[in-house]
Design a protein around this ligand. Structure first.
Ligand code: OAD
Length: 244
């Protein structure tokens, strides 16, 4: 890991100062300093399963109890976690800008807890569930869960309200996101590997419509060679340096 570089920091600060319509895309890395393991980093495994083994409709069909036990473990970690300076800087940006959208792949709810309001949770939310029988969506806040797998009031099996591998994004939400990005002047991408391709697609879309894109990540990622500048470093250390 190298430092973000003074010159790049200065460019990022200048770009953010003059921004009028800014979007942020976040991934698991923004919550790493809050103690929530990333998916593809060390510590991301649970009982030797990878996310790709558990976050799928077929895994749930095969063993809903196992999938819910994994979510129960993750919900416990998310509940104990506190927003870090990275989340707080993003919330501050929203308060400074006339037009702002936060697009997050994270389901942990930490952006909301740190004060961000205009959030597109494109992968859903770990504190919401929906019934596989009647389709009802509801809050599920109890941690740890007293009953696994949880059930809907109608008696149907509940599942996490999360977009799993092999499932499609909410089309309406994605349309709104693309609309916002089509006229954004600045895009910050924070803490995503880009191994799930949506952040790269959204970044290319915004840039092809004129946005200046900045990536914040301690490591190289699929975004590194897409964006205008890459700031090497942790979200909680870099973002407070570029947000006024
Ligand atoms: P990944 O785990 O794939 O990538 C995390 C990224 O964060 C890596 O590029 C790290 O280098 C970077 N990182 C680590 N610590 C950081 C820090 N302190 N500050 C900034 N960056 C840091 O996570 P995502 O790209 O978010 O989907 O993964 C995308 C999706 O894959 C997730 O939303 C999840 C998973 O399957 C679902 O659960 C549906």
């Amino acid at each position: 890991m190298t430092e973000p570089g003074l010159e790049n920091l200065e460019i990022a600060r200048g770009q953010i100062r003059k921004a009028r319509r800014l979007a942020v895309i976040t991934g698991a890395g923004v919550s790493a300093e809050s103690g929530i393991p990333t998916f593809r980093g060390s510590g991301g495994l649970w009982r030797n399963f990878r996310a790709e083994d558990l976050a799928t409709p077929s895994a749930f069909q095969r063993d809903p109890k196992l999938v819910w036990e994994w979510y129960d473990w993750r919900r416990g970690i998310c509940k104990a976690a506190e927003p870090n300076p990275g989340h707080l800087s993003i919330a501050k940006l929203e308060s400074l800008l006339p037009e702002f959208l936060l697009i997050t792949q994270n389901v942990d709810g930490l952006h909301n807890r740190s004060g961000s309001r205009n959030i597109a949770e494109i992968h859903g939310n770990i504190w919401r569930a929906r019934c596989t029988l009647c389709g009802n969506q509801f809050d599920l806040l109890e941690t740890p869960l007293s009953r696994i797998p949880p059930r809907c009031n109608c008696g149907g099996l509940a599942r996490p309200h999360i977009v799993w591998f092999g499932e499609t994004y909410d089309e309406e939400l994605l349309e709104d996101v693309l609309d916002f990005l089509s006229a954004a002047d600045t895009l910050l991408v924070v803490g995503t590997s880009g191994m799930v391709p949506m952040p790269v697609y959204l970044t290319r879309h915004a840039m092809s419509h004129g946005a200046f894109a900045i990536d914040v990540n301690p490591e190289d990622s699929e975004l590194t060679h897409v964006v205008n500048i890459s700031l090497r470093g942790k979200a909680g250390e870099v973002l407070p340096q570029i947000v006024p």
